[in-house]
Design a protein around this ligand. Sequence first.
Ligand code: NAD
Ligand code: 89V
Length: 338
Amino acid sequence: MKGALIGCGFFAQNQLNAWRDIDGVEIVALCDQDTQRLSTSASTFGIARTYTDAREMFGDGGFDFVDIVTTVGSHRALVELAASHGVHIICQKPFAATLDDGQAMVGAVRAAGKTLMVHENFRWQSPIQAAMKAVNSGAIGEPFFCRVSFRSGYDVFSGQPYLAEGERFIIEDLGIHILDIARAFLGDVDHLAATTRRINQSIKGEDVATMLLKHRNGATSVVDCSYATRRSPETFPQTLLEIDGHEGTLRLDAGYRLTLQGKTEKIVDVSPPLLPWAERPWHNIQESVRTIQQHFVDCLNAGTTPETSGEDNLKTLALVEAAYRSAKEGQTVKLSDR
Ligand code: NAD
Ligand code: 89V
């Protein structure tokens, strides 16, 4: 299977490393408007075909899928371009700038008859997968409450300066992952209420968000995110969980410690492996990149729909929109059925 990748910036390095790890896949072309980034990635990963213009790359073709690793502003144009050239697509989060854009993108790829997956990787982290497996096995009975928490003081702005510049920050960039995890555990959401704050005055958007979700199955979740939390040990980039079920509880605590209390108590170390090209503390995210890309390839080979498909991700995007609206208007927002 041959792929092309657009956007050779900060995060694409992880994706290029992960593609190299996956059997039966070769990245044959790279595109970036920044010639320096383009040539550095091409030489690091030994990729001969390079382009500064995505249209030219699609015109030359010769690949089955494209991996879009640019920031959100370019996603719609690139997804529609890829769809018009009939290739499968994996696209980074945030998938779209608005829900309307996201729906148009899903429609364009559906019309082309191709597969569209969003690189929504947090639910694919191995500690989260271990917790999911335990809950799905019935170890704590039916869950009625879930807290999904990401609180950190890590300087994300040095690697990703654009995160300090947008009107929106933590819900759009990080909360989107944490809301997606709440969905993965408890399913679709009926209504949501949110508050936001900006503690760090040198950035433009909100860096603290607290969200209360009522799920359609009757369960409640609290999704709380902060980049203004100074604590030791620093837990970046760990997502912590507390899930209460009718027959027990599950905790995923700092240090990747999973505690299951049902009829018996079990404590398991679910630390992610450190891949050869990964580095702490990012190794948790880096491993999930390889896992989600492998899932994409498996789905293409089997002709099945990816778990984090474009269509599925519209529901996570709707939660992001609802959270901003709720925080702005000071009201609970009902999720529509569309
Ligand atoms: P970045 O700014 O470092 O890199 C983006 C690159 O895309 C730049 O080199 C830029 O020149 C290039 N680019 C932009 N528009 C282009 C176009 N039309 N054609 C060709 N090249 C173009 O950004 P980043 O930090 O690597 O983030 C990229 C995406 O990855 C973002 O959407 C971000 O939210 C996401 N991200 C995801 C995770 C995760 O864990 N899933 C982590 C970090 C970043
Ligand atoms: O995963 C992400 O989207 C990253 C970070 C973990 C820094 O929020 O931007």
